[in-house]
Design a protein around this ligand. Structure first.
Ligand code: SAH
Ligand code: SF4
Ligand code: F3S
Length: 429
């Protein structure tokens, strides 16, 4: 009689959306692994998790098509819907999934892995374990949540409805998480929040205080953060970037529109002039600092003149990269009722114009980097040839020829020899 071989359960995770979703998926990955599951393709999986994004209509529709696709490939797999769509549209998702897990209920996966044959809906308004330290996968880079939710209610945005009210994690819990990461070999930490500049308001401890405390952690090489809200972005943060060794010279500062009339309708809380004043100070104080942004084109009532103001600001600031989107009507938001909405083809034409402009600026800036020397944190092997890749402190990808015993996690100096569309090539010094 042979011994009974217990077969390991298999899981697969598909992730849409922003870094916060990526981090949440990592938490779920670790919970499955700790429970003895192994990762597999969809065909072989016993359970498939879809982590959803609701920020634009197209993103939202993906979870439904993906669940349909999973069912056509693997009828037997349990399906778990999680993320931002799960939080606000669980009624619809429960009809096509075995479990629905909202954004405040990631800890429920600890129960789900032990009861995978059951079903359940775990969607809560409030997060009650913000300070819990979820596990990480081993790696050179790590995402660390410093706050959850958002209180801004920009009129186009569904995030405050999918991620709930703003809540900051304590300094102790964040520092402990980063110390654990560094002990495990992590070199670079990206702090995550929808509006990191408002971190700690209720704790009497500011975001900049937090940066100073994290910078002291032994063994941490680099520190980054996203996203900064321009209304709360202050000069003391600029000085922290100048003065803290670990803090990288890059800010992501979403402008959304260059028209004051549109910014007001968006309820962004700043004018174009206030925004530019902060950018000019950043450029003056930070040597070789990079700046990236998010832009929405075709917000309701946007005219050609409004759009031209966005174009002007992009030319003026010369962003290193920008992420631009056609406005998408979202449920629960105020802007969905603002009239007139802009025609789809007008939105598309504006988007193309903006993206062409940005591509030329990015290329120009990459070309200007040739002959410059950058500090690169090595992340791994490049896809082609005998090359390694990493990023400079400005967050641009740099590829260079492999030499000696350089390995991921090392910090090296690279002289740029060639500019590509979205990355740089250089030689090791
Ligand atoms: N908290 C971040 C943004 C999170 S959402 C911030 O305030 O900057 C990421 C980006 O998606 C936004 O910056 C915005 O440019 C875009 N976005 C949000 N809602 C959108 C909508 N309804 N239509 C199109 N783009 C949208
Ligand atoms: Fe959305 Fe505005 Fe909050 Fe960013 S700050 S998540 S755009 S509501
Ligand atoms: Fe992120 Fe999309 Fe949710 S952008 S916060 S996953 S709606």
């Amino acid at each position: 009689m042979g011994k009974k071989v217990s077969k390991k359960m298999k899981f697969h995770i598909k992730t849409y959306g922003c870094q916060m979703n990526e981090r949440d998926s990592e938490k779920v990955y670790c919970i499955f692994e700790e429970a003895g599951f192994v990762e597999s393709g969809i065909e072989d999986a016993d359970v498939v998790v879809v982590n959803s994004c609701a920020v634009r209509e197209k993103a939202e529709s993906k979870i439904y098509s993906e669940i349909g696709r999973i069912k056509s490939i693997n009828k037997k797999a349990k399906v778990i819907a999680m993320g931002c769509v799960a939080q606000f549209n669980y009624e619809k998702l429960k009809r096509v999934s075995d479990f629905v897990v909202g954004t405040s209920a990631i800890d429920k996966f600890y129960d789900i892995v032990n009861n995978i044959e059951s079903k359940g809906i775990f969607v809560y308004d409030k997060m009650d374990n913000a300070n819990y330290i979820f596990p990480h996968r081993k790696g050179i880079n790590a995402f660390v949540d410093i706050m959850y939710g958002c209180n801004n209610f920009c009129t186009y945005c569904i995030v405050p409805f999918t991620r709930g009210r703003e809540i900051s994690r304590t300094k102790e819990s964040i520092i402990e998480e980063i110390k654990q990461l560094v002990d495990n070999g992590t070199k670079e930490v990206m702090l995550l929040g929808q509006n990191v500049n408002s971190y700690g308001h209720k704790l009497g401890y500011s975001f900049v205080d937090l940066l100073y405390d994290i910078d002291k952690i032994d063994g941490l090489e680099r520190l980054r953060f996203t996203t900064s809200h321009p209304k709360d972005f202050s000069s003391d943060l600029i000085y922290a970037i100048r003065d803290l060794n670990t803090l990288c010279e890059h800010i992501h500062l979403p402008i959304q529109s260059g028209s004051n009339r549109i910014l007001k309708l968006m309820k962004r809380g700043y004018t174009k002039e206030e925004y530019l004043e902060k950018v000019y100070l950043y450029k003056e104080i930070i040597h070789k600092g990079s700046i990236t942004t998010d832009i929405i084109v075709g917000f309701p009532t946007e005219t050609e003149d409004d759009f031209q103001e966005t174009i002007n600001i992009v030319k003026d600031v010369e962003y290193d990269t920008s992420f631009s989107f056609k406005y998408s009507k979202r449920p629960l938001t105020k802007a969905k009722d603002i009239e007139p909405q802009v025609d789809e083809d007008v939105k598309l034409k504006r988007l193309n114009r903006l993206q062409d402009l940005q591509a030329s600026i990015t290329q120009k800036k990459n070309r200007e980097s040739v002959d410059n020397i950058f500090e690169v944190l090595v992340e791994g092997k490049s896809k082609k040839g005998n090359m390694l890749f990493g990023r400079n402190r400005q967050n641009t990808v740099v590829n260079f020829e492999f030499k000696g015993n350089i390995k991921p996690g090392d910090v090296v100096n690279v002289k740029i020899t060639k500019a590509l569309k979205h990355s740089l090539v250089g030689e090791l010094l």
